[in-house]
Design a protein around this ligand. Structure first.
Ligand SMILES: C[S@@+](CC[C@H](N)C(=O)[O-])C[C@H]1O[C@@H](n2cnc3c(N)ncnc32)[C@H](O)[C@@H]1O
Length: 274
Protein backbone atom coordinates (compact mmCIF):
# COMPACT_ATOMS: atom_id res chain seq x y z
CA UNK A 1 0.00 0.00 0.00
CA UNK A 2 2.83 2.35 0.91
CA UNK A 3 4.47 1.75 -2.45
CA UNK A 4 1.17 2.49 -4.32
CA UNK A 5 0.86 5.79 -2.44
CA UNK A 6 4.38 6.70 -3.44
CA UNK A 7 3.60 5.97 -7.08
CA UNK A 8 0.60 8.31 -6.96
CA UNK A 9 2.92 10.89 -5.38
CA UNK A 10 5.27 10.56 -8.32
CA UNK A 11 2.46 11.37 -10.76
CA UNK A 12 0.70 13.98 -8.64
CA UNK A 13 3.72 15.88 -7.29
CA UNK A 14 3.89 18.46 -10.09
CA UNK A 15 0.37 18.03 -11.52
CA UNK A 16 -1.33 21.41 -11.98
CA UNK A 17 -4.89 20.15 -12.49
CA UNK A 18 -6.80 23.38 -11.81
CA UNK A 19 -4.42 25.44 -13.94
CA UNK A 20 -4.70 22.90 -16.78
CA UNK A 21 -8.48 23.28 -16.79
CA UNK A 22 -8.24 27.09 -16.73
CA UNK A 23 -5.74 26.96 -19.60
CA UNK A 24 -8.09 24.77 -21.63
CA UNK A 25 -11.15 26.90 -20.89
CA UNK A 26 -9.23 30.04 -21.84
CA UNK A 27 -7.74 28.78 -25.11
CA UNK A 28 -10.46 26.36 -26.21
CA UNK A 29 -13.72 27.94 -24.96
CA UNK A 30 -15.89 25.73 -27.15
CA UNK A 31 -14.03 22.60 -26.01
CA UNK A 32 -10.69 21.12 -27.12
CA UNK A 33 -10.39 18.52 -29.87
CA UNK A 34 -8.67 15.21 -29.09
CA UNK A 35 -5.68 16.42 -31.11
CA UNK A 36 -5.43 19.65 -29.10
CA UNK A 37 -5.41 17.66 -25.85
CA UNK A 38 -2.86 15.11 -27.10
CA UNK A 39 0.31 16.89 -25.82
CA UNK A 40 -1.21 16.66 -22.34
CA UNK A 41 -3.23 13.45 -22.23
CA UNK A 42 -1.29 11.01 -24.45
CA UNK A 43 1.41 10.35 -21.86
CA UNK A 44 3.39 7.76 -23.79
CA UNK A 45 5.92 7.56 -26.59
CA UNK A 46 4.21 7.89 -29.98
CA UNK A 47 1.32 10.17 -28.98
CA UNK A 48 -2.04 9.86 -30.67
CA UNK A 49 -0.69 7.79 -33.59
CA UNK A 50 0.37 5.07 -31.13
CA UNK A 51 -3.10 5.05 -29.56
CA UNK A 52 -4.79 4.82 -32.96
CA UNK A 53 -2.54 1.94 -33.83
CA UNK A 54 -3.31 0.09 -30.62
CA UNK A 55 -7.10 0.55 -31.01
CA UNK A 56 -6.94 -0.56 -34.65
CA UNK A 57 -6.19 -4.06 -33.37
CA UNK A 58 -9.75 -4.23 -31.95
CA UNK A 59 -13.20 -4.06 -33.53
CA UNK A 60 -15.92 -2.24 -31.55
CA UNK A 61 -18.55 -4.50 -33.16
CA UNK A 62 -17.05 -7.67 -31.65
CA UNK A 63 -15.12 -6.28 -28.66
CA UNK A 64 -17.03 -3.22 -27.39
CA UNK A 65 -16.37 -3.39 -23.60
CA UNK A 66 -12.80 -2.19 -23.10
CA UNK A 67 -10.82 -1.59 -19.90
CA UNK A 68 -7.83 0.76 -20.10
CA UNK A 69 -5.53 -0.21 -17.23
CA UNK A 70 -3.45 2.76 -16.02
CA UNK A 71 -5.60 5.16 -18.07
CA UNK A 72 -3.73 8.26 -16.86
CA UNK A 73 -5.33 11.44 -18.22
CA UNK A 74 -7.47 9.46 -20.66
CA UNK A 75 -6.17 10.20 -24.16
CA UNK A 76 -6.59 6.58 -25.21
CA UNK A 77 -10.03 6.33 -23.55
CA UNK A 78 -11.49 9.34 -25.38
CA UNK A 79 -10.04 8.18 -28.68
CA UNK A 80 -11.53 4.72 -28.09
CA UNK A 81 -14.93 6.23 -27.22
CA UNK A 82 -14.84 8.32 -30.41
CA UNK A 83 -14.41 5.05 -32.34
CA UNK A 84 -17.43 3.46 -30.63
CA UNK A 85 -15.80 1.47 -27.79
CA UNK A 86 -17.38 1.47 -24.29
CA UNK A 87 -14.31 2.63 -22.39
CA UNK A 88 -13.65 2.18 -18.67
CA UNK A 89 -10.44 3.63 -17.26
CA UNK A 90 -8.76 2.28 -14.14
CA UNK A 91 -5.91 4.14 -12.48
CA UNK A 92 -4.19 3.99 -9.13
CA UNK A 93 -3.45 7.76 -9.18
CA UNK A 94 -6.68 9.39 -8.08
CA UNK A 95 -5.60 12.87 -9.20
CA UNK A 96 -5.22 11.50 -12.73
CA UNK A 97 -8.66 9.83 -12.70
CA UNK A 98 -10.26 13.07 -11.48
CA UNK A 99 -8.56 15.21 -14.16
CA UNK A 100 -9.33 12.54 -16.78
CA UNK A 101 -13.05 12.94 -15.96
CA UNK A 102 -12.87 16.74 -15.95
CA UNK A 103 -11.14 16.75 -19.35
CA UNK A 104 -13.81 14.44 -20.76
CA UNK A 105 -16.61 16.82 -19.78
CA UNK A 106 -14.92 19.51 -21.91
CA UNK A 107 -14.49 17.39 -25.06
CA UNK A 108 -17.27 16.92 -27.58
CA UNK A 109 -17.75 13.22 -28.19
CA UNK A 110 -21.04 13.11 -30.14
CA UNK A 111 -22.69 9.69 -30.38
CA UNK A 112 -19.92 8.04 -28.33
CA UNK A 113 -20.79 5.46 -25.68
CA UNK A 114 -20.44 6.86 -22.13
CA UNK A 115 -17.08 6.54 -20.38
CA UNK A 116 -16.47 5.27 -16.83
CA UNK A 117 -13.62 5.76 -14.32
CA UNK A 118 -12.36 3.77 -11.37
CA UNK A 119 -9.50 4.58 -9.02
CA UNK A 120 -7.99 1.19 -8.24
CA UNK A 121 -5.09 -1.20 -8.50
CA UNK A 122 -4.47 -3.44 -11.51
CA UNK A 123 -3.39 -6.27 -9.23
CA UNK A 124 -6.89 -6.44 -7.66
CA UNK A 125 -9.29 -5.47 -10.46
CA UNK A 126 -12.71 -4.47 -9.07
CA UNK A 127 -14.64 -6.21 -11.88
CA UNK A 128 -16.50 -9.51 -12.19
CA UNK A 129 -15.09 -12.53 -14.02
CA UNK A 130 -15.61 -12.65 -17.83
CA UNK A 131 -17.23 -9.22 -18.01
CA UNK A 132 -14.97 -7.50 -20.55
CA UNK A 133 -14.10 -7.94 -24.23
CA UNK A 134 -10.70 -6.27 -24.20
CA UNK A 135 -8.04 -4.94 -21.86
CA UNK A 136 -5.44 -2.34 -22.80
CA UNK A 137 -2.12 -1.35 -21.23
CA UNK A 138 -0.35 1.71 -22.51
CA UNK A 139 2.90 2.50 -20.68
CA UNK A 140 1.39 1.29 -17.39
CA UNK A 141 2.65 -2.28 -16.83
CA UNK A 142 6.07 -0.60 -16.58
CA UNK A 143 5.08 0.68 -13.11
CA UNK A 144 3.77 -2.62 -11.80
CA UNK A 145 5.92 -4.71 -9.44
CA UNK A 146 3.63 -7.76 -9.71
CA UNK A 147 3.07 -8.38 -13.46
CA UNK A 148 2.06 -12.05 -13.05
CA UNK A 149 -0.77 -11.03 -10.71
CA UNK A 150 -1.86 -8.21 -13.04
CA UNK A 151 -1.88 -10.56 -16.04
CA UNK A 152 -3.88 -13.16 -14.06
CA UNK A 153 -6.41 -10.45 -13.10
CA UNK A 154 -6.67 -9.32 -16.74
CA UNK A 155 -7.35 -12.90 -17.83
CA UNK A 156 -9.98 -13.31 -15.12
CA UNK A 157 -12.04 -10.28 -16.19
CA UNK A 158 -11.86 -11.09 -19.91
CA UNK A 159 -14.48 -13.33 -21.49
CA UNK A 160 -13.36 -16.31 -23.59
CA UNK A 161 -12.19 -14.80 -26.89
CA UNK A 162 -11.26 -11.58 -25.09
CA UNK A 163 -8.25 -9.61 -26.30
CA UNK A 164 -5.39 -7.92 -24.46
CA UNK A 165 -3.35 -5.33 -26.31
CA UNK A 166 -0.38 -3.49 -24.88
CA UNK A 167 1.89 -0.66 -25.97
CA UNK A 168 4.66 -0.87 -23.41
CA UNK A 169 8.20 0.04 -22.64
CA UNK A 170 10.35 -3.00 -21.92
CA UNK A 171 13.99 -3.40 -20.99
CA UNK A 172 16.57 -3.39 -23.77
CA UNK A 173 19.95 -5.17 -23.80
CA UNK A 174 21.61 -2.19 -22.04
CA UNK A 175 19.00 -1.67 -19.32
CA UNK A 176 21.75 -1.28 -16.71
CA UNK A 177 22.51 2.11 -18.32
CA UNK A 178 18.93 3.40 -17.94
CA UNK A 179 18.98 7.09 -16.99
CA UNK A 180 16.48 8.65 -14.57
CA UNK A 181 14.25 10.52 -14.22
CA UNK A 182 11.93 9.15 -16.90
CA UNK A 183 8.20 10.00 -17.03
CA UNK A 184 7.15 6.79 -15.27
CA UNK A 185 9.75 6.94 -12.51
CA UNK A 186 12.04 9.50 -10.88
CA UNK A 187 14.23 6.70 -9.52
CA UNK A 188 14.51 2.91 -10.14
CA UNK A 189 11.98 2.28 -7.31
CA UNK A 190 8.92 2.61 -9.56
CA UNK A 191 10.35 1.25 -12.79
CA UNK A 192 9.49 -2.41 -13.38
CA UNK A 193 10.60 -3.15 -16.92
CA UNK A 194 10.53 -6.72 -18.19
CA UNK A 195 12.49 -8.24 -21.06
CA UNK A 196 10.41 -9.21 -24.07
CA UNK A 197 10.94 -12.90 -23.32
CA UNK A 198 9.92 -12.51 -19.67
CA UNK A 199 6.78 -10.61 -20.69
CA UNK A 200 5.64 -13.02 -23.41
CA UNK A 201 6.40 -15.97 -21.10
CA UNK A 202 4.24 -14.39 -18.37
CA UNK A 203 1.39 -13.78 -20.83
CA UNK A 204 1.48 -17.39 -22.01
CA UNK A 205 1.75 -18.73 -18.46
CA UNK A 206 -1.29 -16.57 -17.65
CA UNK A 207 -3.39 -18.39 -20.26
CA UNK A 208 -3.01 -16.03 -23.24
CA UNK A 209 -2.17 -16.94 -26.84
CA UNK A 210 0.24 -14.60 -28.61
CA UNK A 211 -1.31 -13.03 -31.73
CA UNK A 212 1.24 -10.39 -32.62
CA UNK A 213 4.47 -8.85 -31.28
CA UNK A 214 5.96 -5.76 -32.85
CA UNK A 215 9.14 -4.00 -31.73
CA UNK A 216 8.75 -0.42 -32.90
CA UNK A 217 11.64 1.13 -30.96
CA UNK A 218 13.04 2.82 -34.09
CA UNK A 219 9.73 4.58 -34.83
CA UNK A 220 9.47 5.49 -31.14
CA UNK A 221 12.95 7.03 -31.19
CA UNK A 222 12.20 9.06 -34.34
CA UNK A 223 8.97 10.36 -32.75
CA UNK A 224 10.66 11.25 -29.45
CA UNK A 225 13.50 13.07 -31.23
CA UNK A 226 10.91 15.15 -33.07
CA UNK A 227 9.14 15.98 -29.78
CA UNK A 228 12.42 16.88 -28.17
CA UNK A 229 13.14 19.43 -30.89
CA UNK A 230 9.74 21.02 -30.24
CA UNK A 231 10.40 21.05 -26.47
CA UNK A 232 13.64 22.95 -27.02
CA UNK A 233 12.02 25.62 -29.19
CA UNK A 234 11.42 28.67 -27.02
CA UNK A 235 7.69 28.94 -27.64
CA UNK A 236 4.93 28.61 -25.07
CA UNK A 237 2.82 25.57 -26.01
CA UNK A 238 -0.82 25.75 -24.89
CA UNK A 239 -0.56 22.25 -23.43
CA UNK A 240 2.47 20.04 -22.83
CA UNK A 241 3.60 17.23 -20.49
CA UNK A 242 5.15 19.94 -18.33
CA UNK A 243 1.68 20.68 -16.92
CA UNK A 244 1.85 17.15 -15.49
CA UNK A 245 5.53 16.63 -14.70
CA UNK A 246 6.74 20.21 -14.21
CA UNK A 247 10.19 21.42 -15.29
CA UNK A 248 11.55 17.93 -14.64
CA UNK A 249 9.95 16.85 -17.91
CA UNK A 250 12.82 18.45 -19.81
CA UNK A 251 15.23 15.92 -18.25
CA UNK A 252 12.69 13.12 -18.61
CA UNK A 253 12.23 13.82 -22.32
CA UNK A 254 15.98 13.99 -22.87
CA UNK A 255 16.50 10.70 -21.04
CA UNK A 256 13.86 8.97 -23.17
CA UNK A 257 15.91 9.79 -26.27
CA UNK A 258 19.16 8.65 -24.62
CA UNK A 259 17.60 5.46 -23.25
CA UNK A 260 16.14 4.54 -26.64
CA UNK A 261 19.36 5.40 -28.49
CA UNK A 262 21.46 3.34 -26.09
CA UNK A 263 18.99 0.46 -26.18
CA UNK A 264 18.41 0.64 -22.43
CA UNK A 265 14.69 0.51 -23.27
CA UNK A 266 12.56 -0.75 -26.17
CA UNK A 267 8.98 -0.01 -27.15
CA UNK A 268 6.72 -2.88 -28.14
CA UNK A 269 3.15 -3.57 -29.11
CA UNK A 270 1.84 -6.98 -28.04
CA UNK A 271 -1.57 -8.45 -28.85
CA UNK A 272 -2.72 -11.66 -27.13
CA UNK A 273 -6.07 -13.41 -26.81
CA UNK A 274 -7.82 -15.63 -24.25
C1 LIG B 1 3.11 6.60 -17.75
S1 LIG B 1 1.47 6.76 -17.19
C2 LIG B 1 0.58 6.36 -18.70
C3 LIG B 1 -0.83 6.86 -18.69
C4 LIG B 1 -1.66 6.52 -19.93
N1 LIG B 1 -1.80 5.08 -20.10
C5 LIG B 1 -1.05 7.12 -21.16
O1 LIG B 1 -0.41 6.40 -21.92
O2 LIG B 1 -1.24 8.32 -21.38
C6 LIG B 1 1.23 5.27 -16.23
C7 LIG B 1 -0.12 5.20 -15.54
O3 LIG B 1 -0.30 3.92 -14.96
C8 LIG B 1 -0.92 4.08 -13.69
N2 LIG B 1 -0.62 2.90 -12.87
C9 LIG B 1 0.60 2.47 -12.50
N3 LIG B 1 0.50 1.37 -11.73
C10 LIG B 1 -0.82 1.09 -11.61
C11 LIG B 1 -1.56 0.06 -10.96
N4 LIG B 1 -0.96 -0.90 -10.24
N5 LIG B 1 -2.91 0.06 -11.10
C12 LIG B 1 -3.52 1.03 -11.81
N6 LIG B 1 -2.87 2.03 -12.44
C13 LIG B 1 -1.53 2.07 -12.36
C14 LIG B 1 -0.29 5.37 -13.17
O4 LIG B 1 -1.01 5.94 -12.10
C15 LIG B 1 -0.26 6.22 -14.43
O5 LIG B 1 -1.46 6.92 -14.61
Amino acid sequence: MASSNCLADHYQRALRADEVLTQIDTHYPTGPTLRQLAPLDQLHIGGMAASNRLLARLDPATHPRVLDIGAGLGGLMRLGASLGFQMTGLDITHGFSALNQALTTRVKLPNSPPLAWVTGNASALPFADNCLDAVLFQHSLLNMPDPAKVIAQSHRVLRPGGQLVMHEIISGPNVAQLRYPVPWAATPEHSHLLTLTALTDLLQAGGFTIEHVDDWSDTALAWRQQQRQKEQTPRQAILSPQWVFGEQFLSMGKHLVTNLTQRAIKVVEIHVSC
